[in-house]
Design a protein around this ligand. Structure first.
Ligand SMILES: Cc1cc2nc3c(=O)[nH]c(=O)nc-3n(C[C@H](O)[C@H](O)[C@H](O)COP(=O)(O)OP(=O)(O)OC[C@H]3O[C@@H](n4cnc5c(N)ncnc54)[C@H](O)[C@@H]3O)c2cc1C
Length: 121
């Protein structure tokens, strides 16, 4: 797991799968629920300290990072998949003249890892 944590520590997981879109995540996780398979979800691994003993279950790494910003509506809207990098979201909103996410411009984690569902800019 060292390759999936910003601290570069952590032993092996039982299995690891990278998911690249919200739809892929939804479908895959529904199947895991149906099968009763437990899992751990990780974003950038910037807020976890993984044991050298590793993780004794399936790890899902969330690379679903689509981002949509609409400045043609009032107020502007920002839609991000949970694997979107916070700093990228902050940069892209800033480039479009939106304020409110300046704090996130140096945060290495993902939107999902931050537990954020929506923002008001
Ligand atoms: C320098 C720095 C500054 C920060 N400043 C702020 C701040 O100002 N305000 C603020 O709110 N936060 C701040 N944070 C916290 C930051 O938002 C989180 O550490 C980061 O978003 C975690 O994202 P991650 O993808 O690395 O999570 P990970 O380390 O991968 O995971 C962290 C936890 O979240 C769970 N998780 C990850 N993704 C999901 C998901 N999609 N759904 C459900 N659970 C999930 C994991 O299982 C794990 O338990 C800061 C962090 C840093 C390092």
């Amino acid at each position: 797991m060292a390759n999936y944590s910003t601290m570069n520590v952590g032993g092996k997981a039982d299995a690891l799968i990278i998911l690249y879109s919200a739809v892929e995540m939804e479908n895959f996780i529904k199947k895991l629920w149906d099968l009763g398979i437990s899992f751990t979800i990780l974003g950038s691994g910037s807020n976890v300290l993984i044991s050298d003993k590793g993780i004794r279950e399936l790890v899902l790494v969330n690379h679903a990072h689509n981002l949509r910003i609409n400045t043609n509506v009032q107020p502007a809207s920002v839609w991000a998949e949970s694997g979107a990098n916070l700093a990228q979201v902050a940069r892209q909103t800033g480039l479009r003249g939106l304020s409110g996410l300046e704090w996130a411009s140096a945060v290495p984690g993902t939107v999902g890892g931050a537990g954020m569902e929506c923002w008001s800019l």
